[in-house]
Unconditional design. Structure first.
Length: 266
């Protein structure tokens, strides 16, 4: 697992966007050989998406042959709801890039049979050839997607009940009112993300420092869901200085040393 440390969230986001764009461009994707990209929602990826839009406008990147699979969606919210993740993705990325919406996959929070929707979502990922790169964020309790603490590290796309901490964190998107935040979601599983050939996670802020320390320096533990990355053959955590506050000095020095050339060349 790589840990790439930047001075601030803006620089971390630009680095992550540039890295992913480079992977897409190097892939030489085509209609017959699309690049399959997993995507998150929330505050963490916003600047990355802005960078993607800028790159597309400058003809440095194209989503024409990219297929996307989003991590999750609230159960009970239609796609046009202001706080649905489909709406988020349209407003923050898809409405502004050259992607074919037929190649956009987001769980349907209004599915009549949510369990069947989850099965079909896993099936669609498999039919696509599997996710080439999964971009993600991390919750303050170390969760990935809606895989809250205690989630199975082999889990697949499924229905998940959200804990109070996660709902509190997301209440800011619902006028600060936790009662408006849905209790359940459809989410890809930890195993689903781990099947991706590469995983890139963006982490920022002091409020995530304790979780990041547990994930980087602790052992693999289902109470810190993202610690699963320790077992992934190609995983990168991109973070800012605030997020490393709880890491040991030696750990920070080590990762800064081995990633120095990558950051300086950016």
């Amino acid at each position: 697992m790589r840990l790439v440390i930047h001075e601030n969230y803006e620089k971390a986001s630009r680095w992550a966007a540039s890295y992913i764009a480079g992977r897409i461009n190097a892939y030489k994707c085509s209609p017959e050989n699309p690049f399959v990209l997993g995507l998150p929602t929330g505050g963490s990826p916003r600047l990355i998406y802005r960078e993607f839009i800028k790159m597309v406008q400058e003809k440095k990147l194209s989503f024409a042959n990219v297929h996307t699979f989003n991590m999750d969606e609230y159960i009970g919210l239609p796609g046009d709801h202001p706080q649905s993740y489909r709406r988020f993705m349209m407003e923050n990325l898809f409405d502004h890039v050259d992607i074919n919406l037929a190649n956009v996959f987001i769980p349907d929070g209004m599915a009549k049979d949510p369990a069947e929707e989850c099965r079909l979502y896993e099936e669609a990922i498999t039919k696509s050839g599997g996710v080439e790169l999964f971009l993600g964020g991390m919750g303050i309790d170390g969760h990935l997607a809606f895989n809250v603490p205690g989630s199975s590290l082999q889990s697949r796309t499924r229905i998940k009940t959200l804990n109070e901490e996660t709902r509190n964190a997301n209440a800011r998107f619902f006028d600060g009112d936790i009662t408006k935040v849905p209790f359940k979601s459809l989410t890809v599983g930890v195993g689903t993300v781990m099947d991706a050939r590469e995983v890139v996670i963006i982490v920022s802020g002091r409020n995530k420092a304790r979780a990041l320390a547990a994930i980087v320096e602790g052992g693999v533990n289902h109470m810190w869901t993202l610690s699963c990355l320790q077992m992934h053959p190609k995983a990168i955590i991109v973070c800012d200085e605030d997020a490393i506050d709880e890491l040991k000095v030696g750990t920070v020095k080590y990762f800064k040393d081995i990633e120095r050339e990558n950051i300086q060349s950016y």
